[in-house]
Ligand binder design. Sequence first.
Ligand SMILES: CCCCCCCCCCCC(=O)SCCNC(=O)CCNC(=O)[C@H](O)C(C)(C)COP(=O)(O)OP(=O)(O)OC[C@H]1O[C@@H](n2cnc3c(N)ncnc32)[C@H](O)[C@@H]1OP(=O)(O)O
Length: 221
Amino acid sequence: MTSQPNPEPHKGFGDLGERPWKAAGLPAHPGADPAAYGRSWETLANALSGFLDALAESVPGRETVEALAADLTTWSDKLKPLASPERDRVFGRRTDLHGRGQSMSPKLVVIRSDRDSVEGTVHFGSYFLGGNGAVHGGAIPLIFDEILGRLANSADRPPSRTAYLHTDFRSITPIGPDLSIRAWFVSEEGRKRILRATIHHGDTLCAEAEGLFVALRPGQP
Ligand SMILES: CCCCCCCCCCCC(=O)SCCNC(=O)CCNC(=O)[C@H](O)C(C)(C)COP(=O)(O)OP(=O)(O)OC[C@H]1O[C@@H](n2cnc3c(N)ncnc32)[C@H](O)[C@@H]1OP(=O)(O)O
């Protein structure tokens, strides 16, 4: 590490969600307030992920496929009139929940975190299957970007974006079991933050990554 230790207490790996808005002087979006939804958004996100896994695993008959498509269309039609600006949305913004209340990337459960590192578990369901029991090679950088990006922007650091994300696939990453995931800062110099991460299945290294995150200038999207 080349950065100086931060004398402020760590505010938690999940504190990223509100800070960009607060820094811009904007009110926190109401959907990110856990009190607004209680556990109902978590239940919805789990149901959505479970649905995608069940769909990926199943071989339904034609009638079931048609009924499912009709049900999904009904729900899309109900939700479309409720569309809101990005900063008011809830999906992926509940940083108090494992998986941020979204279904795009696999659920990350944080077990321990501090200013410069985070450890947890990740579970890839059948939705993330590439083939022959192995996770899709695009889903692995997805979870690396998630954990590295959140760590890169944690603990009162100004927001940054991924400039590069290099992933090495060391052995297959299995669908199904809970896997260990770890991320840590390598260096922090000026606007440039270099971080690394690993995914292990037991003692087996499945994949590792290095990312460069560049702090955004004021007004940079
Ligand atoms: C809300 C709920 C929670 C949400 C929680 C979500 C968690 C996930 C977060 C994921 C974050 C993302 O995926 S973000 C989405 C994916 N990323 C992007 O879309 C970024 C697109 N690229 C850009 O916007 C830009 O290229 C930037 C911001 C990365 C950099 O542009 P810039 O600001 O003009 O800076 P620039 O001068 O080019 O570079 C600054 C320094 O970095 C170096 N540098 C820049 N790019 C590279 C590179 N690829 N490889 C090597 N070095 C590089 C330069 O040489 C320079 O070094 P020196 O000369 O100073 O030494």
